[in-house]
Write a protein that binds this ligand. Structure first.
Ligand code: URA
Length: 429
């Protein structure tokens, strides 16, 4: 087949800071997926995009080309409106687990295609896979039926969903080009638009434990993604949320399931409850449901009922005991005072080193491994009390986890501490 462009002319155009044409974008994404554009050529183009950027219409076209590389799901035949959430990833971020059944209990359908974790931030599928029997793989027909009967599905995205993104994301990961806002925004939004949700809430994390370390970059990413969703006809809103402190009291697969179940039972850490409710309200508003207060559905047990139905529908046993790590080690508070800082990146990296996360996508994860912290910033601690508990099946992992936690927290005598808000900002079209 003769090709309408050469990869080199497309690379040179972006290298020289010019705008790519629609036809060039359509071709280069398709030709890369077909293997006609080589990895080294796409790496050069990704770097040129990182350095020179793309305008709104180029990003929209790039996103559309990635969607067109695979299937587009359609849930318009469901009796309930669809709404979903995507988080850019954080430490202790288990929010999807209570959120999906909660929003289902309020009358919407949540079709959530999720991923596994890579690096210091955990993956939703890894967490759910710590539940005995639970299966991440669900066929499209099953997904439709479960959305109609239960109202929520959290499952693995199939190979047919935006295959261009799968290939490109793996390449970016090894070429220093993950951080380009046009590429992050198009990567996330191509999958969410192809997933077929009617409304979408983006949880864009800001802080040490997040992809975006400062609010300005996070806002830029949020605005780009909101524009892409809106242009594609998806009702899209973004919340910028705090991620310098880890969420809740645990980071680790089974422990995060346990904490999510506490939230569904009407308890759980206040920050997890607050963020779950804030995101639920946005998801419901996007789906046009404004007459139900999600706090009532947590309190009356109906969100918990949906959770159990969702887990059982995917062959899991919601009442089975969760795996527990074989070994544990406490980190004791070195002095008395107020905990004024607990660094999210260090806690996430420690959990990862203990076996909760993976370095390569084919690595296994331990269900019981991770970190539990016994105080949050603002709490008073006493010298010698356990501040953190590290858990793993392999005790030789403790040393490297302890090393990263050195300097990860501050305790100050008599410090006045005021917790900042979790939701920092809201971006809509
Ligand atoms: N998550 C994605 O899916 N894609 C990116 O590029 C970054 C984070």
């Amino acid at each position: 087949m003769s090709e309408p462009f050469s990869a080199v002319e497309v690379i040179v155009r972006k290298r020289d800071g010019e705008k790519l044409s629609d036809a060039q974008i359509d071709w280069v994404v398709d030709a890369y997926t077909r293997g006609v554009v080589a990895d080294e050529q796409m790496s050069a183009l990704a770097m040129a995009i990182l350095l020179n950027g793309m305008d709104r219409s180029e990003i929209a076209r790039w996103t559309a080309a990635m969607i067109a590389s695979g299937e587009r799901m359609d849930f318009s035949g469901l009796s309930r409106p669809t709404t979903d959430k995507h988080s850019t990833g954080g430490v202790g971020d288990k929010i999807t687990l209570p959120l999906a059944p909660l929003v289902a209990a309020c009358g919407a359908a949540v079709p959530q295609l999720s991923g596994r974790g890579l690096g210091h931030s955990g993956g939703t599928l890894d967490k759910l896979e710590s539940i005995p029997g639970w299966r991440a793989s669900v066929s499209n027909q099953e997904m439709f039926a479960q959305l109609e009967s239960v109202g929520c599905v959290v499952c693995a995205a199939g190979d047919e969903l935006a295959p261009a993104d799968k290939k490109l994301y793996a390449l970016r990961d090894v070429t220093g080009t993950v951080e380009a806002i046009p590429l992050i925004a198009s990567s996330i939004m191509s999958k969410k638009i192809a997933e077929g949700t009617g409304a979408l809430v983006l949880d864009v994390k800001v802080g040490t434990g997040a992809f975006m370390k400062n609010a300005e970059h996070a806002r830029q990413l949020a605005e780009t993604m909101v524009a892409l969703g809106t242009d594609a006809g998806v009702h899209t809103v973004a919340l910028l949320t705090e991620m310098s402190t880890p969420l809740g009291l645990t980071a680790g697969n089974a422990m995060e399931v346990e904490e999510s179940v506490e939230v569904l039972a009407g308890g759980g850490p206040v920050d997890v409850v607050e963020l779950t409710l804030a995101l639920a309200r946005e998801m419901l508003a996007g789906a046009g449901i404004t007459d139900v207060d999600p706090a009532d559905r947590l309190a009356d047990g109906s969100a918990m009922d949906r959770w159990k139905q969702m887990i059982r529908a995917q062959d899991g046993d919601p009442d089975a005991p969760l795996p527990v790590a074989k070994e544990s080690q406490d980190v004791l508070a070195p002095s008395s005072g107020v905990l004024t800082r607990l660094d999210a990146l260090a806690v996430g990296t420690a959990a990862w080193r203990l076996g909760a996360g993976r370095s390569r996508k084919e690595d296994p994860v331990q269900a019981g491994a991770g970190v539990r912290w016994h105080a949050r910033p603002g709490d008073t601690v006493t010298a010698g009390q356990p501040l953190l508990t590290l858990l793993t099946d392999e005790p030789d992992r403790f040393e490297r986890a302890l090393a990263i936690l050195d300097g990860a927290y501050d305790i100050e005598p008599d410090a006045a501490y005021t917790a900042g808000p979790i939701v920092l900002d809201r971006v809509e079209a």
